[in-house]
Design a protein around this ligand. Structure first.
Ligand code: NCD
Length: 311
């Protein structure tokens, strides 16, 4: 029996291959609940989950909230504009005040990389799940991406995964690199040199390609990323038209990938910049499947940090 011993899930870097497999297998099981007429099980009844989102989110926050509710937990959402962060309260004080209300799990998104480790150190009796910390990691996205790839290929080893775009500022890229290289897949990165972090090859089985063509040639998965303008201190590209000419995915360059390749994007998509609408809405796109899988993956994460075991 595989078991999950962590109280918190902050980064896929901290998990073993077996722990990642367990989370994905649990998510596969959770999908059955999501297809029922009455989508609710009592698994986390009596547990309180706080969703603390200091950065904007559509998919991730809604998905964590739905996941908690489907497992019968009580979920509460806090957003920055309505919290005391705007009145100058520190993260640490906010956390201690929330803790006084005895939550079992805090799901947090924060602009500061590593802030979750700090929070987890302060809150030994509450689980912390990272819903995205700066440009560091986004473990639930990495897991739902891997589940979506497993759905298509039946395995997560030996895949060629191209990740194209703003790698420097992408927590999605980092979580996928950490997870997929542990599972035995190869990552090929492409993007403007101003958006490629030096030394990224050292994270695992990672190749930095000079052109997008090189990265997507014979790829099984083409993962496109948004330019994280909100994290870039200055403009790192001449203009979006030029960007999409060199790093945009369209029906023509997608032909370079394997014929059965899938196209992924974590959202939000800037149509016409990183991907043409033909590709977003095309047969190879798995964008909405990723969102669907997100709920099951988050149910699995909540279940395991709450101490669940899988027979
Ligand atoms: C990503 C994020 O916030 O890191 N979105 C998401 O969670 N689905 C990627 C992005 O914002 O571009």
């Amino acid at each position: 029996m595989k078991s999950f011993k962590h109280k918190d899930i902050i980064a896929l870097r901290d998990l073993t291959k077996e722990e990642i497999e367990l989370l994905i297998e649990t998510a596969e099981g959770m999908r059955e609940i999501n297809s029922r007429d009455i989508k609710k099980v009592p698994t986390l009844r009596g547990k309180t989950i706080i969703n603390l989102f200091y950065e904007s989110s559509t998919r991730t926050r809604t998905s964590f909230e739905i996941a908690g509710k489907r497992l019968s937990a009580d979920t509460v959402n806090i957003t920055p504009s309505s919290s005391s962060a705007t009145k100058g309260e520190t993260l640490s004080d906010t956390a201690l005040n929330l803790l006084a209300m005895k939550p079992d799990i805090i799901v947090m998104r924060h602009a500061v990389s590593g802030s979750h480790y700090y929070l987890a150190g302060k809150l030994p009796n509450c689980s912390i799940i990272n819903a995205g910390d700066g440009a560091h990691e986004h473990p639930s996205q990495g897991l739902l991406d891997m589940l979506t790839m497993k759905d298509r290929f039946g395995r997560l080893d030996g895949l060629k995964v191209a990740i194209v775009g703003d790698i420097t500022h992408s927590r999605v890229a980092r979580s996928n690199i950490q997870g997929l290289t542990k599972m035995g897949s190869s990552i090929y990165l492409a993007g403007p040199p101003t958006m490629m972090p030096p030394g990224v090859e050292r994270l695992g089985n990672v190749t930095v390609c000079g052109t997008m063509k090189e990265a997507i040639q014979d790829a099984d998965v083409v993962m496109m990323l948004r330019i994280q303008q909100e994290r870039q201190g200055k403009t790192l590209m001449p203009n979006t038209r030029e960007y999409s000419r060199y790093f945009g995915l369209n029906p023509d360059n997608l032909k370079l990938a394997k014929p059965d390749a899938i196209v992924m994007h974590p959202g939000p998509i800037n149509r016409g910049v990183e991907m043409s609408s033909y590709v977003v809405d095309g047969d190879q796109s798995r964008v909405l499947k990723q969102v669907e899988n997100g709920v099951a993956v988050r149910m699995a994460m909540l279940y395991h940090v709450a101490g669940g075991e899988l027979e």
